[in-house]
Ligand binder design. Sequence first.
Ligand code: NPW
Ligand code: ADP
Ligand code: K
Length: 511
Amino acid sequence: MKIFTANQIYKADKFTIEKQQIPSDALMERAATQLFEWIHSRLQGAEVTIQLFCGIGNNGGDGIALARHLKEADYNIQVHVVNYSEKRSKDFLLNLERLKDRKIWPEFLNDDCVMPEISPNDIIVDAIFGIGLNRAPSEWVGKLIEHINASQAFVLSVDIPSGLPSDRMPWNTDHVIRASYVLSFQVPKLVFFLPETGVYQNQWELLDIGLDAEFLVKEEVDYEFMTQFDVQPIYRPRLKFSHKGTYGHAVIVGGGYGKIGAVQMAANACLSIGAGLATTFVPECGYHSLQTALPEAMVLTDAEDDYISEIKIPFKPNAIGIGMGMGTKEETVQAFGKFLKEVDLPLVIDADGLNILSQNPKLLNEIPKLSILTPHPKELERLIGEWKNDFDKLDKAKTFATKHDIVLVIKGAHTITFYGGKGYVNSTGNPGMATAGSGDVLTGMITGLVAMGYDSLPATVLGVYLHGLAGDIGASLVSYDALKATGIIENIGKAYLELFKRPEPQEGKGA
Ligand SMILES: NC(=O)C1=CN([C@@H]2O[C@H](COP(=O)(O)OP(=O)(O)OC[C@H]3O[C@@H](n4cnc5c(N)ncnc54)[C@H](OP(=O)(O)O)[C@@H]3O)[C@@H](O)[C@H]2O)[C@@H](O)CC1
Ligand SMILES: Nc1ncnc2c1ncn2[C@@H]1O[C@H](COP(=O)(O)OP(=O)(O)O)[C@@H](O)[C@H]1O
Ligand SMILES: [K+]
């Protein structure tokens, strides 16, 4: 699913109005109808007070049009116009007139206004600013936003939390609505997925306002949100007359004294995702535990007992995952550098493999093209340097991936995979996955998919998606808190099954 910038949304708007030959307020009316149906299907006429805070642009217009629908269904509403500018939009004014025609008189809030009383039991509709926000809200509007945030009422934001810009950090973090729920139109906004800007909403959902399909299909974007439907086509079914050689031989290189478990989990995940064969390459000390814990895998050992000193693989594997639990001892650094020079297939590099690269930047030029790097935030910082904020981080990551012609995976709540100047935002996963070894599992899964013949980018996007989905299934069985990395591995099979399940019918018409 494409993620549009604000400018692209305006373009989509214009295109739809021209192609469908509809008046400009028709999209606002669709938006308001969808908002109303979402609310009405949940409240079923409940006697709760709904306070609508509406700006004077089209976001405000959506709120005003919604107020009309709510009133017609006999809801108890209070409408406030947040009068932050003289420049009212045409469709806002049109809907204001329609509201007045129905004898509903909004309260106009100006810079000297008394803050309206809000009960914690009220429902707030936040339609102050939408994607048109392009500068800091003035002080009194900021104070009103603080007042709404302090109310403890349920806050439903229209399109985007007011005060949150769609393409940069907020000017003042206190002057952004903390939304309980966001109903966003047609396409998700990138800010929902970044750690610094995603905190302004608890949950979001899309409402279809019928932006023209031709535009949605054709428009090129910088980011995509990878849903079930985007990931499904990547999957390649196993063939009846295939054999284990068809699904590749993966090698997992890593481990050190006390850190053999990382390799074991990666190799286990690699086999669980479907690789035909898996061999581990570990220091001698890992031999017995690996052979015991994971009988499906083969084991090669280094000459050294406790660390890796020379990586020798006596056959040509289809994929290699390297780095987990490997340490950064000088001999290991040398062995890794030599291996990078010798190897002629893309690698999946994780953990200490990444740390060695950060400490020895010259090695960056030795990374085979189309290799996949999977840093968590700290490893990423060591690789690309400090960033000023999430937007700066994305720019730096994209530049780094392009410069080295690699697939770069920024792990997090919404893992983003960069390749070829484009970012793929993952839609699965949960906080239960913030647990030791879950990154090793991901590396094993991606390595397995590469061994099976998937190209680097599809292997990564599919691997990241299934990893998050297996984590979601695991957490649904044992809770977020109790989920362990091995619990993710155990549910890889169910994740495959879930990938092809038809979604449950949604309540209401939205989403
Ligand atoms: N296709 C879709 O998805 C559809 C979207 N729709 C809805 O339209 C919304 C976007 O509406 P919008 O363009 O009118 O902008 P909105 O956010 O209401 O702001 C209003 C104006 O305020 C101004 N301004 C900016 N910052 C300011 C500040 N700090 N303090 C004071 N003023 C400030 C700025 O004007 P400026 O003064 O810069 O000329 C801006 O234009 C969108 O989020 C969705 O809800 C639907 O109606 C239908 C289809
Ligand atoms: N809050 C979260 N929500 C979703 N996924 C998460 C969250 N925290 C961590 N993860 C996922 O768990 C994995 C953690 O990787 P990493 O930090 O490398 O773990 P380790 O080093 O212990 O193996 C990543 O794939 C990341 O996306
Ligand atoms: K809003």
